[in-house]
Ligand binder design. Structure first.
Ligand code: ZN
Ligand code: ZN
Length: 243
């Protein structure tokens, strides 16, 4: 009935923007997100959830199974604001089509709050996870960088594009984990002329999935002489909420 009502309203007001979470005509305060999606997102908020200090997954008694096998030169700590589940997958996917700047601002606010909450605001630099130029042309913007820009404005921290993707690894999702990791290691490198020596770096990404990309970035930053490498993301699918 609710759905039917929304459809009628949309017919009466065809210009009413649609929610980027569910596609229904928006009814909330923000015209890009409806109240129902807003409520769902609040339930995915991990701000005050006890976490594994290393990978940021919700705390588990008896040791964390997620980061147990992480390499030595991984990030020393990672946090993410939300569990990556519907409607956030759609929000992140749609961000590039509509209201990108407003959505990015909202993400930036939430990540900035997380960083302060976790005491990571003592870092020197924000470094976005890089995107290959070919993919950047295709997508129009690097979401990790868009979020990092918003976080930089919010926190006053310097944003530095310290890393570049020198190989487009997009086609490699079907390769076996080991081969993919090796290829990825060679695909991400320090950017020319960007100095991270002695700096405390906070990597910024939109979504942490397996953590592999993040840790390959971390290895490149450690190798370039960073004093500290941590990471903060908008969402994480390392941990999936129970349904
Ligand atoms: Zn919605
Ligand atoms: Zn962990």
């Amino acid at each position: 009935m609710q759905r039917f009502g929304n459809t009628i309203r949309a017919l009466l007001r065809p210009d009413r923007p649609r929610c980027i979470g569910c596609g229904e005509p928006s009814s909330g305060e923000e015209d890009w997100l409806c109240e129902r999606c807003q409520e769902k997102i609040e339930k995915l908020d991990l701000l005050n959830t006890p976490r594994c200090p290393r990978c940021g997954a919700p705390w588990q008694e008896g040791g964390c199974p997620i980061c147990r096998d992480w390499p030595e030169r991984a990030v020393s700590a990672a946090v993410y604001r939300y569990g990556f589940a519907a409607p956030l997958d759609s929000v992140i996917h749609q961000m590039k089509y509509r209201g990108a700047m407003r959505v990015a601002e909202w993400m930036g606010d939430d990540v900035a709050e997380l960083i302060r909450h976790e005491g990571m605001d003592d870092c020197d630099l924000l470094v976005p996870v890089p995107m290959h130029p070919a993919r950047l042309r295709e997508r129009g913007h690097n979401q990790a960088r868009t979020i990092a820009e918003a976080v930089s404005i919010k926190t006053g921290k310097v944003l530095l594009d310290a890393l570049v993707r020198v190989v487009n690894t997009r086609q490699q999702t079907r390769l076996a984990g080991d081969v993919r990791r090796q290829n990825l290691r060679e695909a991400i490198a320090p950017a020319a002329g960007m100095n991270v020596k002695g700096k405390s770096v906070l990597l910024i990404d939109d979504v942490i999935t397996t953590g592999t990309t993040m840790n390959v970035c971390a290895a490149a930053l450690w190798a370039a002489g960073a004093r500290e490498v941590r990471a903060a993301a908008f969402a994480g699918s390392i941990w999936r909420p129970a349904r």
